[in-house]
Design a protein around this ligand. Structure first.
Ligand code: RTP
Ligand code: MG
Length: 140
């Protein structure tokens, strides 16, 4: 299996509760390596652009407001089959439906404040990584 990359965000509900380390520990224990990381406050324009695919969804305005409500940590993760591996450790979007041991089951607050984002395909991972990182900021 090839070593690939995915994009992750530790969301404002997790940074607010000082869970950056707790989330990162679960990612690392799942076999993912953090090869880039920065704590930022997303602008409204950045969040609207990032979630552009959801702009017709009823939760879009709330989601954008949530994502700019506090700091986030954007990360590039590397590992074998990184996109799927990260989706597996994240758990279901709604923490109530997530499996035990996943980040969302163990740490998330609600379907919106669900602690992490992870790319859903290799194609989107490349787009999302480039949205937040310059190539020289990623050290594999
Ligand atoms: P993500 O994109 O953040 O990794 O999460 P996901 O694929 O599991 O979920 P997605 O369907 O892409 O939704 C993006 C984010 O929008 C929020 N959401 N709120 N209130 C709601 O019904 C609702 N549904 C989704 C969540 O923060 C979700 O992660
Ligand atoms: Mg998604």
């Amino acid at each position: 299996m090839a070593v690939t990359r995915t994009f992750s965000i530790i969301k404002p509900d997790a940074t607010r509760r000082n869970l950056t380390g707790a989330v990162t520990k679960l990612l690392e224990e799942a076999g993912l390596r953090v090869v880039a990381s920065k704590r930022i406050r997303m602008s409204r324009e950045q969040a609207e652009g990032f979630y552009g695919v959801h702009k017709e969804r009823p939760f879009f305005a709330d989601l954008v407001a949530f994502m700019i409500s506090g700091p986030v940590v954007v990360q590039v993760l590397e590992g074998e089959n990184a996109v799927q591996r990260n989706r597996d450790i994240m758990g279901a979007t709604n923490p109530a439906n997530a499996d035990a041991g996943t980040i969302r089951k163990e740490l998330a607050e609600s379907i919106e404040a669900n602690s992490v984002h992870g790319s859903d395909s290799e194609e989107n991972a490349a787009i999302e990584i480039a949205y937040f990182f310059k190539p020289e900021e990623i050290v594999g």
